[in-house]
Design a binder for this molecule. Structure first.
Ligand code: ATP
Length: 345
C-alpha cells in the first residue's frame, strides 16, 4: 500500500519559484485557504525556496533545507522556475522516481480555439526513452543517443493510464512507432496489449505521426493517450495548444511515494511583477493535487474541493468578464483571483 494513503494529514512543500511564480502562488494561497476552510481539508503547507532565487542566495537551486522539507512531505506543489528549471524539476523527478507525467488538455469557455470541445488526458512515461541521457560521440562527426524502454516502466505507466481511463470515457490510445522502432517501441506496444486486452477499456494503437495529425484533425476521438517519454513530451504540448493555450495547462508528476504538481508554463520574466499573470494553470494543478489526495485517501471532501475549484474556474471563464491579458482580457491577476474566490465562497 502506498504510504501516503495511511496519513490523515497531507504535508505539502510549496515552491513559489521564479518570475511570475511568487505572485501567482501568493495570490492562489487565498483560494487554497478558502478550500481548506470550506471543506475542512487536512493540509499542512510549508513554503520553501527553490529555483533561480535560491541559486542566487544559497548557490544551489535546491538547497538542503528545501530538500529536508520535501523529504518529509507527501506532495510538492510548484510554481514555474526560471533558468534552473531543469536542476529543480528533473532532479526531483529522478530523486523520487515520479514516473508518470499526467498532462490534461481541456478547453475552457471564451478561450479561442479552432478545435471545439477538447478533453484529452496524456499519460507520459517520465523516466526513460531517449531522455535517459545516454548520449556520446562515437567519433568527431558521429553522435549516438540510446533509447531505453523497459518492461517494468512500460507496465507501470500503462497501469496508470488504465486507472485514469476507467474514471473517464474508458478509451486508451497507445501511441508508439513500433513499425520502425521494432525492438523498443515493439516492447512498449506488447506491454500495452498484454495489460489492456480484456480490460474494460476500448483500446487502440496509433503510430506517433498519425497521432500528431489526428490530434489536429479530430481531437474528440481521443480520451486517454498513453505513450513513451519523447512522444509524450511533444504530443502533450500539441494537445495543450489545441485545447486553447499552453499557458493554461496544468500537470502532475506521480510516483509511488511522492507527487509533484506544477503549471506547464515557464517563469515568464517579461511580465513578472506586473500583476497580469494568469494563475489558471497553477490553480488547475492545485485541483489535480486535490484529486490525487482523493485517489489515495478516498475522502470525498478532497474531490468536492477539487470540483468546486474547477467549477469556479469554469464559471469565471464562461462569464468572460475577468480574464487576464494573455487570453484577451484586461483583468489583473488579483481581479481574476477575487472572481474565483467569490465563486467558491
Ligand atoms: P521557459 O523558457 O521555461 O519555457 P518562459 O518564461 O519563456 O519559460 P513560457 O511558458 O514559454 O515562459 O511562456 C512564454 C510567454 O508566454 C511568456 O514570456 C509570457 O509572456 C507568456 N506566459 C506564459 N505563462 C503565462 C501566464 N501564466 N500568464 C500570462 N502569460 C504567460
Amino acid at each position: 500500500m502506498n504510504n501516503v494513503s495511511l496519513c490523515m494529514e497531507y504535508r505539502i512543500a510549496l515552491l513559489p519559484g521564479d518570475g511570475i511564480g511568487p505572485e501567482i502562488v501568493a495570490n492562489s494561497k487565498k483560494i487554497l485557504s478558502k478550500l481548506v476552510e470550506n471543506y475542512a481539508l487536512n493540509l499542512q503547507i510549508t513554503e520553501v525556496e527553490a529555483g533561480d532565487s535560491a541559486l542566487a542566495k544559497y548557490g544551489d537551486p535546491l538547497p538542503k533545507q528545501t530538500l529536508d522539507i520535501i523529504n518529509k512531505s507527501h506532495i510538492i506543489l510548484k510554481g514555474p522556475v526560471g533558468e534552473s528549471a531543469m536542476d529543480v524539476v528533473v532532479k526531483l523527478r529522478q530523486m523520487y522516481d515520479m514516473y508518470a507525467n499526467i498532462r490534461p488538455a481541456k478547453s475552457l469557455p471564451n478561450v479561442p480555439n479552432k478545435y471545439g470541445n477538447v478533453d484529452i488526458l496524456i499519460v507520459r512515461e517520465n523516466t526513460e526513452d531517449l531522455y535517459k541521457g545516454f548520449e556520446f560521440m562515437l567519433s568527431d562527426d558521429t553522435s549516438i543517443g540510446i533509447k531505453v524502454i523497459t518492461k517494468k516502466a512500460s507496465e507501470r505507466i500503462v497501469k496508470v493510464a488504465l486507472k485514469y481511463a476507467l474514471e473517464r470515457n474508458k478509451k486508451i490510445t497507445c501511441v508508439h512507432k513500433a513499425n520502425v522502432m521494432r525492438i523498443t517501441d515493439g516492447l512498449f506496444s506488447r506491454v500495452c496489449k498484454e495489460i489492456l486486452k480484456g480490460s474494460e477499456v476500448k483500446f487502440e494503437e496509433m503510430y506517433v505521426d498519425a497521432a500528431a495529425a489526428n490530434l489536429v484533425r479530430d481531437p474528440s476521438r481521443f480520451d486517454v493517450i498513453v505513450t513513451t517519454n519523447v512522444y509524450g513530451d511533444i504530443l502533450s504540448d500539441e494537445a495543450a495548444q489545441i485545447a486553447g493555450s499552453l499557458g493554461l495547462a496544468p500537470s502532475a508528476n506521480i510516483g509511488d511515494s511522492k507527487a509533484l504538481f506544477e503549471p506547464v508554463h515557464g517563469a515568464a520574466f517579461d511580465i513578472a511583477g506586473k500583476n497580469i499573470a494568469n494563475p489558471t494553470a497553477f490553480l488547475l494543478s492545485v485541483s489535480m493535487m486535490l484529486d490525487y489526495i482523493y485517489s489515495l485517501s478516498k475522502e470525498i471532501k478532497y474531490k468536492h474541493a477539487s470540483n468546486a475549484l474547477q467549477n469556479a474556474i469554469y464559471e469565471v471563464y464562461k462569464e468572460g468578464k475577468t480574464l487576464t491579458p494573455d487570453i484577451g482580457g484586461s483583468a489583473k491577476l488579483t481581479d481574476f483571483i477575487d472572481a474565483i474566490y467569490s465563486k467558491i465562497a
